[in-house]
Design a protein around this ligand. Sequence first.
Ligand code: GLC
Length: 715
Amino acid sequence: MKTEELKELFEKMTLSEKLGQLTQTTAEHFIKNEGDEADDDIEKELVETGPAFDELEEQKEALFTVGSVLGVSGAKVINRIQKNFLEQNRLKIPLLFMHDAIHGYRTVFPIPLAMAGSFDEETVKLAAKCTAKELRAVGIHVNFSPMNDLVRDARWGRVMESFGEDAVVSGRLGKAMIQGYQGSTDGTIGRNGVASCLKHFAAYGAAEGGRDYAAVDLSWKEFFGAYAKPYEIALEGKPRFVMSSFNSLNGEPATASRFLLTDVLRGRYGFDGIVISDWGAVAELKNHGVASDDRDAAKLALNAGVEIEMTSSSYLRFGKELAEKNRGLEKKINEAVWKVLCLKNALGLFENPYANEAEEEKVLLSQELLDAAKRAACESCVLLKNEKLLPIKKDCRTMILTGPYAKTKELLGNWSCRGSFDDTVSLEEGMKAVFPNARVEAYENFSECPKELLETADFVLVTLGEAWELSGEGHSSANLELPVKQQELIEAVRASGRDFAAVVFSGRPLALGSVDEKIPALMWCWYPGTCTGMAVAELLAGECSPSGKLAMSLPRVSGQAPLYYNEYRSGRPANESSYSSRYQDCGIGALYPFGHGLSYAKIIYSDAAVSSGTIRGGETVTFSVKVTNSSEYSVKETVLLYMNDPVSALVRPVKELLDFKRVSLKPHQSAEVIFEVSSEALKYLNNELKRVIEPGIVNLFLNSEEKPAAQIQYE
Ligand code: GLC
C-alpha cells in the first residue's frame, strides 16, 4: 500500500495494538480446537527452540494483535494461521513469519562452520539465495541468520553455527550471507528474498568456559578489536534485523544494554533496522538479576533498544503503562512499529499475506538447489593429511565403509530446519554411485565385517566424529576427544593391514591428538548436509580435488580450548623448553591450525611482490603473487594473506589474517592474485580504542608459510 495509506493505518492503531506488533510468539496459539484436520497439520510443523512462555494464553484479545510468529513453516499451514489470525485482527495487519534456516530449509547445506572452510563468499551467498527461495515458497519472510558470533572455544556447541575463529572471515561471509538472503546489497528485499537477521549481538561466542549462556567479560579493546568485528563487517550487508544475545557483556545483559544496542549498534555501526530479542531474553533479565520483575525487564529492554520481544510478553503486559509514564518510550515504540509496518508493506503482505501453495512443491529440493548444496559440500570438506592414499584408485574392486557414519543419513547437522534424513544421500549410497564397479559394503560395527571381505578389501574407509545432536544450542561439551569405541575402531582397522583413510563428521572441532598419527589419510567433513554422500564420495574418488581450509583450529586435546591461531605474543613463546607458554602434557599448538587444508593438486606460489616497500597513513600498496596449478585437476585455491607487526607499542597477535581470495585454476593454469593492502588494515586497536600503528616493518605471509613473502616499512 502507499505510504499515506500506511500512515493512516498507523494512526488508527491503539497503543496496545502497537505493542502487539512488537511481540512475537509461537504458532500453537493460532491452532483452532481439535477436530479441524487442516490445523492438525500445524502441530508437526512446530519447531520449539526454547522454553515455553504461557502468559499469552491468558490474554486472548492481545493474542490477535501480535506482529509476528516464529518456528512454523509450510505454505498450507502458514496460510491457515494467517487466515485464522486476520479473521480476528481488528485492522487486518498480517503476521510476519520468521524461522531459523541457518544452513538451508529443506535443501540443507553444510553447517556454517563447514561452509566457512570454502573461504568463498560466492558459495555462501548462493547457499543463502537458495535457502531464501525455499523460505519464501513456504511462507517465511524473515530468517534468523547469519549467526556471526566469533568463536574460539570448541566446547561451545553453537560453534557449528558460526564461521569460526577469524573476525575477517566471519564478517565477510556473514555479509555475503545477508546479501544472499535479501537478494540485494542495499537492504531491500528481492522478489525471492527474505529479510535477514544478524545474530547474536553481541559476543555470545565468548561465553566463559565455552558454556552456553554463560557471562562474557572482555576488555573493550578485545571486544571491538575482535568479537564485535564480524558484526561490524556483516552490517555492511544491510540486514533488516539484528538479534540481541542471551549473554551479559561486562556486567550488562546485551538485551538490556543501551550501550550495545543503541550507542554501538546504531550509533557506531549505523544499523537502521529492527532489533529483536532472542527467545525469552527479555524475561530472562530477571535471571541475570538486573530486573526485579517483568515490568522492570520491559522497561530495561525498551530503553536499551529492543524493538520486538521474542516469545515472552512483558511489552504486551506492561508497555502501555510504561509508555504513558515516559513519552520517550512511546516515541521508541512508535518508531519501532513504523519499521515493522514498512517491512510488511515492502514484502507486499497487505496486498497478499499468503504463500503460494502451488509454488512450494516446485521449489523445494529442486535440482538447482541440490546442485548448489553439493557444490558447497564439496568446497567445505578439508583434506587434513594424505600419505598418498587419496584419491581412492578408480579400479578399486572391494571397499569397506565402517564406523558410525558409514550408513546413516543423519548427516545434516543441527539447526537443519525442515531438512529430512530421507532426502539425504548417505556415504554408502554415494560411494556405491561413484564406484559402480566396486563391491562396496558398509558395516557400522567393523567386527561384523566378514573375514573373507576384509582379506580381499582394497580399501577401508573409517567414519568418525560426533553425533549431530551433540553440537548446537545448549550443547556445550567439556570433552572434545573421540569416543573410546572410535579409538578402538581405528586400532582394529590398522591391525587389519588394509589401506585406509578416515572421514570425520562433526559440528565442532574435536581433539584427535591421541589417534592422528595412526590415521594415514584424514578428511574433515563437518556436517555437509543433504548431498553429503555424493560430495564426499566424489572428493574421495578424485572427481574433484578437496579445496576447503579450516576456519577453526583443531586441538590435540580438550584442555587446549579456547584455541585460535591469532593469539597474542608471549614473552616466552611456546617451544621445547618447559619455560615457555605451553602445556607440559600435550604438543605445542593446534593439531591442525586455522587455514590448513590440502589439495590433490600441486599448487605453486611464485613471484610474490609488493608495489612499494614503504607505506604511509592513508596509502595502499598491492601485494601480488602468481599461483600455478601444476596438476591435471581443475581446482579452487584459497589464498590467505596474513600480517604480523614484529615491534608495536601494544602486544599484537603472532599473526593476523588481512585478506583472503579464492582463485579457480584449470589444469596447468596460472593466475596472478592481487591484494590491496591499506595502511588502515595494518593498524590495531589500542586501549583508548583508537586504530594505531607505529613506524616499522610489517611482515606479509602467504598461507601457512613461516617465512614472510614480503615486507613493508610503515613510515
Ligand atoms: C534460539 C536461538 C536463536 C534463534 C531463536 C529462535 O534460542 O538462540 O539463535 O534464532 O531462539 O529460534
